[in-house]
Ligand binder design. Structure first.
Ligand code: XIL
Length: 327
């Protein structure tokens, strides 16, 4: 059995807090991912403005205590959120060549700056909608379908040794039927990429889940999804795990146990393959992006481990038993 690899997202402010970093390390995580500091609108808000400081802080503080850092994300296929894709890009008047040059410059500078510290990148994030169509936004409109493969080629040219992922939500199910058009579209794209030698090395299954989803990962379909990407020679990572619970729906202890069981299924499936890792999108309920009421994270608001934490790190010494956390 390989040692399971666990990561969490982190903000620059959290990275500046030694007690938070101890919490990260104590949870069994060996790596971190900037939560939003590398979104295009954050790191490159104007054509000649680069906001490196927040990512620099994360990289310095994390690597100083031996944590790895993965990059997130070079390009987000998102329409009109200025943080994700700033107005100077979305509202610019572009030729295809000019926008490709801008895309290349954006990717190259970021990858070069962190090439000695960041060895895995989520290159493109969320480029498909639920129907399996490409999201309609400036890169898609001006460049066309091949903007994604260009992004991967630029990242590869900037650091030929880096592991490059396509990252997406809602593709954790559908290998055994059920009509998940987004899963079908992503699988077809990466099959085409691997056939043609476009440098994609892995898939990030975000795994933003909800205990009420009918499509929650199950013991047959989820491994089949993972296998379908593994068959193409890709690594499969869970990149943003969180699991919402609806606290009004059942006994809290039952919900938290179920949250732990889904986590365990995700972990044992991902851990079974080389290069697999599980990243949680926020360690505790009070810092998770969905808000404390969603109770989607492995630790509660007071930092106490829930069953989800045990499922993530079954063998971490020194942690309190999860049953203390059952409310
Ligand atoms: C979220 C962050 O957690 C928030 O802090 C930010 O404001 C918005 O983005 N998919 C992703 C993540 O790939 O980057 C998102 O993170 C959650 C959805």
């Amino acid at each position: 059995m390989m040692t399971p690899i666990r990561l969490t997202c982190i903000t620059a402010r959290q990275a500046e807090d030694p007690s938070y970093l101890r919490h990260v390390a104590g949870s069994g995580c060996t790596g971190v991912v900037p939560e939003y500091e590398q979104q295009w609108g954050q790191i490159h808000p104007a054509p000649d403005t680069w906001n490196w400081q927040p990512t620099d802080t994360i990289v310095q503080r994390a690597t100083a205590i031996g944590l790895t850092v993965e990059g997130h994300c070079l390009v987000w296929g998102a329409p009109d959120y200025p943080d994700l894709m700033p107005a100077w890009v979305t509202r610019g008047s572009w030729t295809r060549d000019a926008l490709l040059a801008t895309l290349q410059d954006h990717i190259t500078r970021i990858v070069h700056r962190y090439a000695d510290r960041i060895h895995t990148w989520r290159v493109v994030n969320e480029a498909f909608d639920d129907t399996g169509a490409r999201r309609d936004f400036v890169l898609q409109q001006v460049i066309g379908d091949d903007w994604i493969e260009h992004a991967f080629r630029y990242a590869h040219a900037a650091d030929p040794t880096a592991t490059l992922l396509y990252n997406e939500y809602g593709i954790e199910w559908g290998a055994l039927g059920g009509g998940n058009h987004k899963y079908d579209a992503v699988l077809a794209m990466v099959r085409d990429f691997t056939d043609r030698g476009v440098p994609v090395h892995g898939i990030g299954l975000q795994c933003h889940l909800d205990l009420q989803y009918p499509s929650l990962p199950d013991e047959h379909d989820f491994p089949a999804v993972v296998e379908s990407f593994r068959d193409l020679g890709l690594r499969v990572q869970t990149t943003e795990l969180d699991i919402r619970v609806d606290r009004s729906a059942a006994e809290p202890s039952t919900l938290l146990r179920n949250q732990g069981l889904v986590t365990a299924l995700v972990c044992r499936t991902i851990d079974a393959h080389p290069g697999g890792s599980v990243c949680v999108w926020g360690l505790s309920d009070d810092t998770n992006w969905l808000g404390a009421a969603a109770a989607a994270a492995p630790y509660d608001e007071r930092g106490r481990p829930k069953p989800m934490a045990d499922a993530l790190a079954p063998a971490t010494p020194g942690r309190q038993p999860a049953d203390r956390a059952v409310r």
